[in-house]
Design a protein around this ligand. Structure first.
Ligand SMILES: NC(=O)c1ccc[n+]([C@@H]2O[C@H](COP(=O)([O-])OP(=O)(O)OC[C@H]3O[C@@H](n4cnc5c(N)ncnc54)[C@H](O)[C@@H]3O)[C@@H](O)[C@H]2O)c1
Ligand SMILES: [Zn+2]
Length: 277
């Protein structure tokens, strides 16, 4: 290991040890060591989804409410495939290390993630300490907003033709004849129902108020640059107060903006094992 990285790891360990409060933030890269694909721009997205590469659709066109109108079988093929994948995935050991750290801090933590895969809940983090800023694939809503209801995704199995990525059946809304869709914030999405994510945000804001002035460490993993919600939060929040430091774990996009922040140019699992061992 080079000297600079070792120095950053040592600093990160000291800061985490001294911290009163931990904010864990994560983008798609957090799931890579559990075997999940990240997307990283159109090329990365197409590598993860060859049938979509054939069609030439970009991520912004696939993660789009208009696809549920124009080609609902493809929309549900895409989300149905991800649903199965996220359900069958076991969170990697890094989640366990973070959970242990959360306990050491007397559960004074919060998770802020753009991931829709539900892996933090699966790893044992408390549902009321997670803010899923882009929603969750494990919840559904009506494509036409017939009501504001968001319900748990209890779809058993969606049969998908893996050559075309088209679903053979379409999940229906609980309350009307229209198609259901995941309660995920898509691009240009006027239909996303915010009720669940608003309640999560309120809990997160309360947590931030309760911890204002404390020593806070943000541990960020796998947050990309294309949709930079998670990175922007870490950069801005760390910059807002001397008691807040960001530790950015990312094998590629590891640069940090603020001089006090710490860059760990490793994968999530490797980085967490080195910092939290
Ligand atoms: N699992 C999911 O829920 C999932 C998966 C893909 C995309 N998305 C959605 O798509 C958007 C994508 O943005 P994003 O920034 O989360 O992802 P992204 O795919 O744009 O970027 C992934 C980032 O993870 C990093 N990375 C790759 N391997 C890693 C590893 N082993 N450990 C740690 N980091 C690693 C990459 O360098 C990159 O910076 C988000 O809005 C998100 O909601 C969600
Ligand atoms: Zn409906």
């Amino acid at each position: 290991m080079n000297e600079k990285l070792q120095e950053n790891i040592n600093r990160a360990q000291k800061l985490i040890y001294e911290a009163d409060t931990i904010i864990i933030t994560a983008g798609a890269g957090m799931g890579v060591d559990s075997g999940l694909p990240d997307f990283r721009g159109d090329e990365g997205f197409w590598r993860a989804y060859p049938p979509i590469a054939k069609l030439g659709y970009r991520f912004v066109e696939m993660a789009n409410p208009s696809l549920f109108e124009n080609d609902p079988h493809l929309a549900w093929g895409f989300y149905g495939h991800r649903l199965k994948l996220y359900r069958s995935t076991k969170p990697h050991k890094g989640f366990e290390l973070l959970l242990r750290l959360a306990k050491e801090k007397n559960d004074n933590y919060f998770i802020y993630t753009s991931n829709v895969d539900g892996q933090f809940q699966k790893a044992g983090f408390s549902e009321d300490k997670i803010y899923e800023v882009h929603g969750s694939i494990h919840y559904l809503q009506c494509t036409k907003n017939c009501t504001d209801e968001i319900w748990e995704n209890d779809i058993k199995d969606i049969e998908i033709d893996m050559d075309t990525l088209k679903a053979k059946t379409l999940p229906k809304c609980k309350n009307c004849d229209n198609i259901a869709r995941p309660n995920i914030l898509m691009f240009g999405d006027w239909y996303f129902l915010e009720g669940r994510s608003d309640r999560q945000r309120e809990r997160f804001e309360r947590f931030l108020r309760q911890n204002s002035g404390k020593n806070i460490v943000i541990i960020e993993m796998g947050a990309g640059t294309a949709v930079s919600t998670i990175r922007n939060f870490g950069d801005a929040f760390s910059n807002s107060n001397d008691h807040i430091t960001l530790i950015r774990i990312n094998p590629r996009d590891f640069e940090v903006r603020n001089p006090q922040d710490i860059s760990i140019p490793l994968g999530a699992l490797d980085g967490l094992e080195k910092i939290l061992k």
